[in-house]
Design a protein around this ligand. Sequence first.
Ligand code: PBG
Length: 322
Amino acid sequence: MKRLRSFRKDEATRDKYAEIKLSKDDLIQPYFIVDGSNVREEIPGLSGIYHFSTDTAIDDISRLAASGINAIIIFGAVDASLKDGTGSNACAEGNLVARAVGEIKNRFPGLTVMTDVCLCGYTNHGHCGLVKDGEILNDETLPLLAQMALTHAKSGADFVAPSAMMDGQVGAIRDILNKNGLKKTRILSYSTKYASNFYGPFRNAAGSAPSFGDRKTYQCDYRTVKQGIEEARQDIREGADWLMVKPAHTYLDMICRIKKKFPRKTLAAYHVSGEYMAVRKLAEASLADEKSAMLEVLTGIKRAGADKIITYFAKDFALMKS
Ligand code: PBG
């Protein structure tokens, strides 16, 4: 009989044999930015996460950076009055996200700042692309996503992160960045993104729920495997620097498969809003200890093969006493 229990006999022994160790460098904290100043409102349905105006975000990022997290991803939550059929505000120079990125980079030059590139938070129909006769148009959407990414890149974003799941979006963005000499801006592609039920709290926070239909004609079908790998392969061809699997917790196998297939590419995984809230709700109901459940889930995502994890828990992890 092999005495495997000897590896687990006490905490020091377990620590010694632990193969996967989560580190602050692995984590990326999302921020939802709104217009105005001095805004700091907890987002209903997304406990512990706030709508910040840029000034209050900067205060919060000071604490985040002091805690040892060195990367954030920014989402703009714009007023309904700024939304239209084409999401024109997404591409407008000097818009909310562009200003926020500029100010944040100015204040924290060493912080890695990423931006989400997608129209859903800017269109009045809430879809990620242009809509005609109830259909979400692909090719017509590409120049808009490219322009949006350019706006973010010009304002100093280190990474632009296209999440619209339009075919060719990475290539279109790479092209426009090259044409504008923005050689240092990198592309984190939401390459393998599934049509998921777990985005609910985020859509509430970003005001980006589709007003009709769903996203199943563009985001991946969770009953498929091969398409998800093909999406990643295609994005590498189009010039993606980093890949992503999203959601992370429900799609650990896809993290594992894509990391195996493309081992040299940095792979990010997005522990999405609904997955985050599942842990929070368990803890709120006293059915799990929040910190240890968080550690288990995030470690599981890393164990599957993620190099980077976008998570609403990043700051909590960094501030946790070990
Ligand atoms: C934009 C986008 C979404 C998320 C990130 N970028 C929502 C969606 O696709 O509907 C979800 C993130 C989360 O749930 O935490 N397309």
